[in-house]
Design a protein around this ligand. Structure first.
Ligand SMILES: Cc1ncc(COP(=O)(O)O)c(C=O)c1O
Length: 384
């Protein structure tokens, strides 16, 4: 009999999802079916209530100032694009970023650099990759308008001191964008206490919602230009996009079945508690890192202490191409991990694994201690 599959690619998307999330598509079809904001009949109203419920649940979980400023997007990349391209840039403006940003931040910034002449500067970090907050004043330029910071790296897992960077940004009057792709639902986020102006996250990773969901949350004082114009179901008599949120930034029919699933995912996370999920994932990390320490062929990247990393572990097996190692792990133990650059080439340049990258384990709330043992057993077979 074949051994069961072991899914360790929760950093790409979480799997499995809670039963209520899996059911949501069917529930939506049976009980709702209609499109939000497109009718006064009860089914269309029910769809609108799902959107409102999901916004409120997300705002509560992240301590966002206003649920109407929770803007639904296709995924985290879409949210980051909306934030970056929606700001009023002027030629010569600059952005300060960490060396661990994902391509979903780097590529929109590169496009702005080419089209609008903005400049990009990089924050200094310590040996673990943590931003050196005390050195931030030296990294600022006169025209720095935005600080963009990935909360947790999807390559090394390193967690950035977001609250300290946010306090610094606010003091300097610079906007603060956080990419919470690897933290939303897995590491506590308090948007107001952390002084975050723009918070981008996917619904389909640690918030346990379906693929095709995500959000950008705006702080109270933030205004963005819409990237798309069109039907909103509101103010149909005027030619311009409505100026109120969320309609200003949400064009076209919503992914309401997906957002019902996201709402169920957020309810699951809220009920279990982000703190409890974090403790579970840290215990898995501790067990995994302890097991790895007896494997002489393995190289581990990123912080050695689980307090400083999300549930993401990047590895190399001697000098072997990480794609080959990932393929062998599948053959030996039906272990699913992702290999390569993980859409974060700068992070690999920073840790010295560019261009081959690493193979990456990433855990979630449904990963068990037994599965970690089996992952370690599969790794042990690699020398044979
Ligand atoms: C740090 C980081 N930012 C952004 C993204 C993009 O997320 P999405 O796949 O939801 O667009 C990811 C996804 O892997 C990520 O890890």
């Amino acid at each position: 009999m074949k051994s069961p599959e072991l899914y360790f690619d929760n950093a790409a998307t979480s799997w499995p999802k809670p039963p209520a999330v899996v059911k949501s598509l069917e529930v939506y079809d049976r009980e709702v079916g209609a499109s939000a904001g497109r009718g006064a009949y009860p089914r269309a109203q029910a769809s609108g209530e799902i959107l409102a419920g999901c916004r409120t649940a997300l705002a509560r979980l992240m301590n966002a100032p206003d649920p109407r400023r929770v803007i639904f997007t296709l995924n985290c990349s879409d949210a980051l694009n909306l934030a970056i391209h929606g700001l009023p840039w002027r030629r010569g403006d600059r952005v300060l970023v960490t060396p661990f940003e994902h391509n979903s931040v780097l590529r929109p910034l590169h496009a702005l650099k080419v089209r609008r002449g903005i400049g990009i500067d990089v924050m200094p970090v310590d040996a673990d990759g943590r931003v050196l907050v005390e050195k931030l004043p030296g990294a600022l330029k006169a025209r720095t308008r935005l600080i963009a910071c990935v909360h947790a790296s999807n390559v090394t897992g390193v967690i950035q001191p977001v609250a300290e960077v946010g306090t610094f940004s606010r003091r300097k009057g610079i906007l603060f964008l956080v990419d919470a792709a690897q933290s939303a639902g897995a590491i506590p986020i308090d948007m107001q206490a952390m002084k975050i102006d723009l918070l981008a996250f996917p619904g389909h990773k640690s918030l346990l919602g379906p693929l095709g969901t995500g959000a950008l949350v705006l702080g109270k004082e933030i205004d963005l230009d819409p990237l798309r114009q069109g039907g909103t179901g509101s103010l149909s008599e005027i030619e311009v996009q409505p100026d109120f949120y969320p309609d200003r930034l949400e064009t076209g029919s919503h992914n309401a079945p997906g957002l019902l699933g996201l709402w169920e995912g957020v309810n699951f996370v809220s009920k279990r508690g982000v703190g409890a999920i974090r403790r579970h994932e840290r215990a898995l990390l501790d067990q995994f890192m302890e097991g790895l320490s007896s494997l002489s062929s393995v190289r581990i990247f990123g912080p050695s202490h689980s307090a400083h990393r999300a549930a993401v572990v990047s590895l190399r097996w001697g000098e072997e191409d990480p794609r080959r190692t990932a393929a062998r792990l599948w053959e030996r133990g039906r272990v699913m991990v992702r290999a390569g650059l993980h859409c974060a080439p700068w992070a690999h340049k920073q840790i010295g694994t560019f261009p081959q990258g690493t193979f990456r384990f990433s855990f979630g709330p449904f990963v068990t201690s037994k599965q970690i043992d089996r992952a370690l057993a599969a790794l042990r077979t690699l020398n044979k």
